[in-house]
Design a protein around this ligand. Sequence first.
Ligand code: OAD
Length: 251
Amino acid sequence: MPLREQARLAIQAAQEAVAAAGRIVVLSGAGMSSESGIPTFRDAQTGLWARFDPMQLASTEGFRSDPRLVWDWYAERRAGVRAAVPNAGHLALARFAAARPGCLQIITQNVDDLHQRAGSPDVIRLHGDILQSRWLDPCRAPEPCDPATAEPERPPHCTQCGNLLRPAVVWFGEQLPPDALTRAEGLARQCDLMLVVGTSGTVYPAAGLASLARDAGAMVLIVNPHASDLDAVAHQCLRGTAAAVLPLLFE
Ligand code: OAD
C-alpha cells in the first residue's frame, strides 16, 4: 500500500479511537510546544540540550555553582514562554475538552503554560512551572520568608537569611511532585486511550506512563514526526507534528 494511503488510514483509525474512547489521556512533551516557538530539549541542533549543558542548567549542583548564569538562562526561557502563543494542537485539545467535559485529561512534562492558556482545564504538570520560583533551601529565618519579598537580584535572595530563589521546575535528580505523579499514574491505569505527543520518551517516571496505560489495557498512540523511545509501546505511531495531527484527531 502506498505510504500516503497508509498514513490516511492510520489517521482515520485514530479518529475512530478518539470518538469511541470514554477516557482519553494526552501525555505531552516539548514537541507539543515546538510549533509555538519553544525549543525542545533533544532535537538535534535545535534542542536545548544539544546547545547547553543540562547538568549546569538543570541541577541544584549547577545552580549552586553559578546561580546568576542559571537564573539568567531561565529568565530568557521565561521570556520565550511569555511571548509564545498556543498552537493549533493546544487549541484542538482545549476545544475537545470543552465539548466533551470529563473525557480528556492532559498530563504534561512541559513547564510552559500553553495548554492552560489554550483553555485546557486541570492540566497535570509533572515537571513544574517555569514562570514560578521557589526557595532553593528550606527557610532558615525565624519567620518563614515570603518569596514575594525577595531582594530582586539575579537571582533574588532573602534579606533575612540569604536563601536564593530558583525556578520552580524539576531538575535532574529531583523527585516529581508526588500528588501530580500519583494522579497521573491513576489516570494512565484507567484510560481507554493514551496519546503520547511530542516526547522523546527518555525521561522517567513520565515516560513510564505509556507502558502503564498499555499494560492496563489502553490503546496507545504516538504523535511525533520522528521515532521515539516509546514507539515499541504504542499500537500506532502517527508521523506528523502536534499542530498538524491533533486538529485532525480532535476536531
Ligand atoms: P525532548 O526534547 O526529549 O523530545 C521532544 C520530542 O518532540 C522529540 O521526540 C521530537 O521528535 C518531538 N517533536 C519535535 N517537534 C515536534 C512537533 N512539532 N510535534 C510533535 N513532536 C515533535 O522533550 P521531552 O520528551 O519533553 O525536563 O523531554 C522530557 C524532559 O526532559 C523535559 O520535560 C525536560 C527535559 O530535561 C524538565 O524540564 C524537568
